[in-house]
Design a protein around this ligand. Structure first.
Ligand SMILES: *Cc1c(COP(=O)(O)O)cnc(C)c1O
Length: 401
């Protein structure tokens, strides 16, 4: 792929349109072609032999399907550009991206510090595979900042962060954690899915390796699975090597869908944010609701750090309800007309699910008594969403009597 134009003097909405694209290389086609390829033929033995050298130099030339194609580079270069990393690689799912990132920076005998608010499958990976390979994980209070110092051990190699947590929405003090970690030669990894590459710039806050479940906002249409990992220049080779050893890559059509979704991320996110804030404010005033966990909401937990470090908020937040019976909750959820029930988020559609936090936490017990719901505000008309929620809360209250 030819060299990128310098986009650094342009604003973000323009950069997200231009980054990773090179239309005139492909006959003027606005979108990159989808390369379905495993074997890449060389025209001469010299060309075949030159590939290892080019790969080592980081030149994006096709050598073999698994090692990258113009389809994967279009997305990877765009995500690296917008997230602010040196380079980026893509994986078959967000969880795939998490596991490769962890394996890239850990070995037998190492110690990993993991936030207690982490995405549950990440926790399972640490407690099973990493444990089996001799890496010890201890969990820490997500609200720990510089105090992370007290948890470091001589063999600590990685502090893993996720901010905010995707069920409990604690906003972590990433700069404080990063400062302590770096002073001890420890790498900071972050699951940055909630904010997407646009609303939190991990590398400006000391993160070394940033992970996205591209399945969520990057794909944005609930029709493909994908993960990305971006790194600093210093961390790049460890990720690149480990990805190669593990044989990770993604399918061309999923990569294409993800880069296509990425072009409209800025406008979609603004709408998710506007609608989510409106509904979060409205929910905060409801008698059935004890607390709204949306960092963008003034007064909500984590709002101050969110305001300091983030550039915006996505459409995912939590609501804690007044204690009520299981039956009342069932009545509310089964009757929703617009909010679907299902895992994942970041698509154009609204979702509402109950979440069982207590099952996973090991360090900081969850303090709430009432049920916790996780809500994703999609791109529907916000008044229709409000009507649906209003009716749902009425069912809840009527059933509770
Ligand atoms: C969904 C999710 C993942 C995993 O992504 P998949 O593409 O579903 O594997 C990782 N981290 C967070 C915060 C997520 O929400």
């Amino acid at each position: 792929m030819s060299k990128h134009p310098d986009l650094s003097f342009l604003r973000e909405d323009t950069r997200i349109i231009l980054s990773g694209r090179d239309p005139y290389r492909y006959g003027g086609s606005v979108n990159p072609p989808v390369y379905h390829v495993s074997t890449v033929l060389a025209e001469s033995i010299e060309q075949l032999n030159s590939r290892d050298y080019l790969e080592e130099k980081g030149v994006q030339e096709m050598a073999y399907g698994r090692k990258g194609t113009p389809t994967s580079w279009a997305l990877e270069n765009a995500v690296a550009e917008l997230e602010g990393g040196y380079r980026c690689l893509t994986y078959s799912s967000g969880l795939g991206a998490v596991t490769v990132a962890l394996l890239s920076f850990l070995k037998a005998g190492d110690h990993l510090l993991m936030t207690d608010s982490v995405y549950a499958p990440t926790r399972k990976f640490c407690n099973s595979v990493l444990k089996r390979f001799g890496v010890e994980t201890t969990y820490y209070d997500p609200l720990t900042g510089a105090d992370i110092r007290t948890q470091l051990r001589p063999n600590t190699k990685v502090v893993f962060t996720e901010s905010p947590g995707s069920h409990t929405f604690e906003v972590q003090d990433i700069p404080a954690i990063a400062e302590v970690a770096h002073a001890h030669g420890v790498k900071v990894l972050m699951d940055n899915t909630w904010a997407s590459p646009l609303f939190f710039k991990p590398f400006e806050h000391g993160v070394d390796v940033s992970i996205q479940a591209g399945t969520k906002y990057i794909v944005g249409h609930a029709d493909a699975m994908l993960g990305t990992v971006s790194t600093t220049k210093e961390a790049w080779h460890e990720l690149l090597d480990c990805t190669g050893y593990l044989g990770q890559c993604s399918g061309p059509d999923d990569l294409y869908l993800a880069q296509r979704g990425f072009r409209t991320l800025a406008v979609r996110l603004r709408q998710h944010q506007t609608s989510a804030l409106k509904l979060a404010e409205w929910l905060q005033g409801r008698p059935e609701v004890t607390q709204v966990l949306y960092p963008a909401l003034p007064g909500a937990p984590g709002h101050e750090i969110w305001k300091r470090d983030f550039l915006g908020a996505s459409g995912l937040f939590g609501i804690e309800l007044e204690p009520c019976s299981e039956e009342a909750l069932v009545e509310m959820l089964n009757g929703m007309r617009l909010f679907g029930m299902g895992y994942s988020w970041g698509g154009y559609e609204s979702l509402l699910i109950p979440t069982n936090v207590q099952k996973f936490r090991t360090v900081v017990p969850w303090r709430f008594e009432g049920p916790l719901l996780r809500i994703h505000i999609g791109l529907e008309d916000v008044e229709d969403l409000k009507d649906d929620l209003n009716d749902g809360l009425k069912r809840l209250r009527n059933y509770c009597g």
